[in-house]
Each structure stands twice: as structure tokens, then as C-alpha cells.
Ligand binder design. Sequence first.
Ligand code: GLN
Length: 463
Amino acid sequence: TEAYLAAMEKGRKLNAYVLETPEKALEMAAASDARIAKGEAGPLEGIPIGVKDLFCTKGVRTTACSNILGNFVPPYESTVTSNLWRDGAVMLGKLNNDEFAMGSSNETSCFPGPINPWRRQGSNVGAGSGAVEGTYLVPGGSSGGSSAAVAAMLCAGATATDTGGSIRQPAALTGTVGIKPTYGRVSRWGIVAFASSLDQAGPIARDVTDAAMLLRSFAGADAKDTTCVDRDVPDYVAAVGKSIKDMTIGIPREYRIDGMPAEIQKLWDEGAEILKEAGANIVEISLPHTKYALPAYYIVAPAEASSNLARYDGVRYGLREPGKDIVELYEKTRAKGFGKEVRRRIMIGTYVLSAGYYDAYYVRAQKLRTLIKQDFEQAYASGVDAILTPATPSAAFGIGEKGSADPVEMYLQDIFTVTVNMAGLPGIAVPAGLDNQGLPLGLQLIGRAFDEETLFSVASVIE
Ligand code: GLN
């Protein structure tokens, strides 16, 4: 814990943490020492963890990186973090993210954005202590604080959330491992809600084993979340390194999108080759409704967000801007408290849910969601054990480089990841190589519902 606290101080310019909690960390570490001395060590005893600022932490400021939550201090602890502390983990602090987890670069945070510790080859950005030139890269989003902190070794592992790719895309852009579990595998209780039917928490970690250890700790039934499923949590760590001989891995032809960079295609082909050498059968499959996933996601997610974010009215939490009456108080608080991307989502969501447009947009998007889910069910029914795809369409990009003029450019980052949330399936991103500028690239494996074990086995062959 002391070593990590020292690293955090040195790495502060990466803006990975929005709040450091050193006193709490040392207190928890001392309690860990005491348990170890008594022979009562938990499975994660003394392991220092960073927490995405979307997870409520009792008595510790939780903002979702939005001004509207201001100095909100939750009186309760999320189930995910409670489970980690129960198993002996130590909290180092709260990690940066896109405001309410809306974004793919962590640039919508109300705090200064986190910086990817990776640099383009030949770039002298951040080198030494001298002048900084050129462009820093984003660590992906929305869990960019988590990915940056894990990649820069400012924590041993981190919690993250994934609504449309926010665990897998930042993991891919920082050379770390991130898994979005099956919807219902992990309790959402105490996590600030973005789109409740898509949100799922998972770990970002340095390797597949660490990710398996963290998920094993915080997955499982929780009476406080009715969508959390009461199923046994297998020993994910035991799945790491297991033979994948005779498994069938599907390669979906619809993921070969127009304009796919040659190096992403190459990474994907090489990944398939590695799995083949390990004894897996590689088959081409079709997921015909893939092209509708991104547009349907950007209807469903904002719709649910507009409803979830209605609670931030200046009365119950955080920021309050006084007005002459209650309506003006609402208006002023929400106008001041929400950033641009969040306001855009609220407006889109309110529009697609409004009486005249509900059938034309929201209902159709939900129908597409069913078709996307059925595509996967058919592939798995045909004997496929897992599906291999690229995790992202590009390596890490520069801060300010994407999305400022055209938000859709940023939304395209999620092209390979949103299908998984729409279908409620588990997906893991695992580092698989470097691009021609020396930046990490990731592959994604998509599994059957509640079969995270297969993902850990296959991912450990690739890493
Ligand atoms: N980038 C996607 C969005 O902005 C996904 C974010 C997420 O998974 N939280 O909605």
C-alpha cells in the first residue's frame, strides 16, 4: 500500500485519480496486517485497489465525475466494493471516468482528463522532466482512470463499469485486461446508474489471472439488486490456463467493417491463428444484425439515461442552484450541473421516449435488440464456444483528436463492443499486440451467458 501511495504521488500528472484516500488506505492495510497475523487472511488480503468514481463508497466523496453530484458523500457502500473489502482489498482512492460514464475517451469528466501512460513511438511527450511537446493520448473511456491507473501501476487492479464498452475499450487502449461479465452476474447496487438494462461492473487488471481474482471476489447474488442473478460463482482463477483444445471459436464476418485498418485485421487473423495452434477449431459465423447495434444502442442508452438522470434535480443530491421557484431551481441546477455530452444524451433520450416518437425509435430499437440477441443465440446453438473480434477499431488516439466536432466519430469507438451489452453477454478484452506506432491493441472474446470461465481460458492463451 505504501509503495502504491508513493507511485500515485509521482503519477499524479496522469490525472487517473480524482480523489486519493491515503489515510483510509493505510488504515485498511493495517487491519489487513492484523488479519494476516491472526491467520485470517482473505483472498485479496492487502491488495490495493482503485475504485471508479461511479461506485458509491461510504463516507468517501462519489461524483460520477459530474458537477451535479458536487460533493456528494454516499451514506452507503456499493455491493461490489463491499465484497472487495470483505475479501481484504485496500482502497487507494476514486478513479476518473467520463461524466456518468458517457464517453469513450474520458474527456467528458468534470475533472481534468486522465492521460494514457503509453506514448507513440518516437514521441517525446512526457519524457523526462523537461518541456512537454506533442499530443498526449487518451486512456479510453469511460473507465479511463481505471485503465490509466492499472497500466501505470498506480493500483494493483481497479473496478470499472461497462454499458457499451467502457471496460473493454479502455483496457484495449492501455494494454490491460478488462472483462464485462454477463448482465446479472454482478450487483449494480450502489453504482451510479447510466442505462440500467446495459450497465454491468467488472474489473480492469494487469493480466487475466488478476481479472479472474477480482471478478471472483465481487460477482454473485445480491438481494439489493433484483436483476442480479442467484447463480454460483465458479472459481474463475481455475479457468485460467485451462486447455482450449477442441473448443470452437467463431469469427463473425459482419465485424469485418468497411475501412478497417490493416493492422487491426492482422491482429485479428493472428489471434485466430494462436487459438488454432492451441487446438481450437476456428469457424466463420454470421451475426447478421450487427450493423444495427450501434444505432440501436444510441437510442436505448440515452432513453434509459434520461430517465435515470431525472433524479438530479438540485433537491436530493449535490449541486443546488437557487431559483425564484422550484421549476427555475431545477432548470438552473441541471443547466449548470450537467456537461455537454450528458445534456445531449438527456435530450436524445427524452425525444425518443416522447409520445409521438416512442414507437418509431424506442420500440424499434428494442426489437433490434432482440434480433441482435438471437444472432448470438443461434451462433452458440450451432456449437460455438466463444467469438473472437477486435476490441476497438483503433489504438489510443490523441486528447482532443476525436469527437469534438462530430460526436458520432466518438460513438464509432464502440462498434465492436456494444453488441455484447445489447445481448447481455460476457466479453473480455485482452492485449494482443502493438500497432505500428508501438501502441497496444486488444482482441475481444464474447462468451455464452454466464460462461465467463471459457473467456478466462481462451484469453489466457492470447495474453
Ligand atoms: N462509449 C459508450 C457511451 O458513451 C459506452 C460507455 C459505457 O460503456 N459506459 O455510451
